[in-house]
Design a protein around this ligand. Structure first.
Ligand code: MF3
Ligand code: CO
Length: 248
């Protein structure tokens, strides 16, 4: 069952979304060669708590940190620690916050200094594929139109779509129905209507679509160790079109 949100609930999610956006803005400033992923996590946690919210990922199914930091061939769920960023890396940072019981979730892939043209293209295509998905989030569209928007945009540019992880509904839980795959035929699934809030999160690989989980039981990597990028926003379907909640 998809739970529709009231205007008051969306207001709360907008507030949670602004906290997530502020963290990502600070992450953009902080990302640099020599910086450890653990220090990014501490900074993020401080910002979330000072804003009166809780880090949504910390303790979720035992996850040990407040953000996910996934570098290069890491797709999602990379655990922050002592690893230092290096010039030429790309790093996907995923942030979730819970304010007064309402969740917001967003992710961005950043470049560390100068990166390869291929990495740059992967980041741009993944960012644009999320924009295409958001444009598809109109009342009366089908859920799979959103999925198809990501797939058609990214595959046409030579990249592949991660299939075993999806976007999701979000609200009073981080993960609610429905699942939002990043691939599929258009015109399928539930109709989008005002009050639906989705976290849409394309995960796009430079090589093959297959992924595996490392021995730490969290870090998802591409099977062929090709680069992967990840962008995510929390978006409400409104009568006058989609509203991105994870923006300042
Ligand atoms: N954006 C990711 C998701 O929606 C973040 C979850 S990370 C976890 O699943 F650590 F909390 F699992
Ligand atoms: Co998510």
């Amino acid at each position: 069952m998809i739970k529709l949100k009231s205007a008051a609930e969306i207001k709360k999610m907008r507030q949670a979304g602004k906290i997530v956006a502020a963290v990502l803005q600070e992450m953009e400033r902080a990302v640099a060669a020599g910086v450890t992923t653990g220090s990014l996590d501490k900074r993020a946690e401080r910002i979330i708590r000072r804003a009166g919210a809780l880090p949504a990922f910390l303790g979720y199914h035992g996850y040990p940190a407040s953000i996910c930091t996934s570098i290069n061939e890491e797709v999602v769920h990379g655990i922050p620690g002592l690893r230092k960023l290096q010039e030429g890396d790309i790093i996907s940072i995923d942030v979730g916050a819970c304010l007064d019981g309402y969740y917001a979730d967003a992710a961005v892939t950043f470049a560390v200094g100068k990166i390869s043209p291929q990495a740059q293209k992967l980041i741009e295509v993944t960012r644009r594929s999320l924009e295409k998905a958001i444009e598809a989030m109109q009342c009366g569209a089908h859920l799979s139109d959103v999925s198809h928007a990501v797939q058609s945009y990214a595959e046409a540019r030579g990249f592949s779509i991660v299939r075993s992880y999806c976007g999701h509904g979000i609200g009073t839980a981080m993960h609610e129905e429905p699942q939002v795959p990043n691939f599929g035929r258009p015109g399928r699934g539930p109709l989008l209507q005002p009050g639906m809030v989705l976290a849409v999160e394309p995960m796009i690989n430079a090589g093959g679509w297959q992924v595996e989980v490392l021995a730490d039981q969290w870090t998802v990597v591409t099977r062929d160790r090709s680069l992967s990028a990840h962008f995510e926003h929390t978006i409400a379907v409104g009568e006058n079109g989609p509203e991105i909640l994870t923006v300042l």
